[in-house]
Design a protein around this ligand. Structure first.
Ligand SMILES: NC(=O)c1ccc[n+]([C@@H]2O[C@H](COP(=O)([O-])OP(=O)(O)OC[C@H]3O[C@@H](n4cnc5c(N)ncnc54)[C@H](OP(=O)(O)O)[C@@H]3O)[C@@H](O)[C@H]2O)c1
Length: 280
């Protein structure tokens, strides 16, 4: 399962789970998640433990490797702690190769469906090391062990800059999705124009006021879904591939039960700008 067209409707995010990573990723697979998001960044993720969950579930027969969509990331030195997955003194291009090789080992697989640049090294524009990382990722892609490439934490301007020179087009952008900027509409627009799938994270936690709002509760009540489900249903309507890192099996089921077509078009229109109005 390496084509974008085959990506699941949701990704299960494995950040911040530490010693619970294996158990929670296994629960997520058992509950029906087929997309797993991780990173070779020990500071926030435990990739080895994700690999253990995947191999346990394959061994149990819940899934086969082909049923799963596995995504991991290359993280620059500045985003890492002392537990580096590469040689600190190596060139960035070499670090990408080393990080990727370690990810294959950690995840106990011979291929990664999606390989993401975790973030640019500066707030505005792309630095030489970002280009070096991206071109090294393109090489990894050419070697055949990666389905598609993507980026994360990119602004609209950075994404447009990347698109001017990328030989392998990014298939994904994974961003923190803020309702107050119309759910990251500028980046979503560029994604739409370039056949890129927008992956939204922190849909709930970055938008607590919206999540707790009376309007969201009322829409949820009307459709007999929770406020969290209203937000995930909206994300699907906006063509997103949403991430969730819930630790609760019931919340996992709630999320997977979300689909397009639940919200009425006028509700989608209202929810699109709800926080833009709230923040005025
Ligand atoms: N690329 C990046 O830089 C980056 C940064 C941040 C995150 N991510 C990715 O995105 C994933 C998700 O992270 P996130 O920031 O979106 O936060 P999250 O880990 O999904 O946390 C969501 C919070 O919302 C609650 N929640 C989730 N589903 C719910 C539901 N259906 N009903 C009620 N409460 C619910 C969770 O509590 P319960 O556990 O009780 O459900 C949790 O407190 C991460 O694991 C990671 O893979 C990537």
């Amino acid at each position: 399962m390496s084509l974008v067209g085959d990506t699941p409707a949701f990704l299960y995010g494995t950040a911040w789970k530490e010693e619970r990573t294996t158990a929670l990723a296994e629960t997520a697979i058992e509950q029906g998640f087929r997309g797993i998001d991780t990173a070779n960044q020990r500071k926030h993720y435990f990739e080895v433990a994700v690999g253990k969950a995947i191999s346990n579930q394959i061994e149990k027969g819940t899934v086969s490797r082909d049923d799963l969509f596995i995504q991991t990331k290359f993280t620059h030195r500045d985003g890492q702690d002392h537990r580096l997955p590469y040689d600190a003194d190596a060139a960035v291009s070499k670090q990408v190769q080393q990080s990727f090789a370690k990810s294959l080992e950690h995840l106990q697989t011979d291929r990664i469906d999606s390989f993401i640049l975790h973030g640019p090294s500066q707030g505005v524009g792309l630095a030489a090391q970002d280009w070096e990382a991206w071109f090294a990722m393109e090489e990894v892609h050419e070697q055949g062990a990666v389905g598609v490439l993507g980026v994360s934490n990119f602004s609209a301007e950075q994404l447009e800059t990347l698109l001017t020179k990328a030989e392998v087009r990014p298939s994904f952008v994974q961003n923190r999705c803020l309702a107050e900027v119309e759910w990251d509409w500028q980046v979503r627009r560029i994604c739409k124009e370039n056949d890129i799938i927008y992956q939204g994270f922190s849909l709930l936690t970055a938008n607590r006021k919206v999540w707790a709002s009376g309007r969201v509760a009322a829409i949820g009540k009307l459709h007999e879904i929770t406020p969290a489900q209203v937000i995930f249903c909206l994300a699907l309507e906006l063509d997103m591939l949403p991430l969730t890192g819930t630790s609760d099996a019931e919340h996992m089921r709630d999320t997977l039960a979300c689909s397009r077509g639940v919200l009425k078009p006028e509700e989608v229109q209202q929810l699109k700008t709800i926080a833009v109005r709230q923040s005025r």
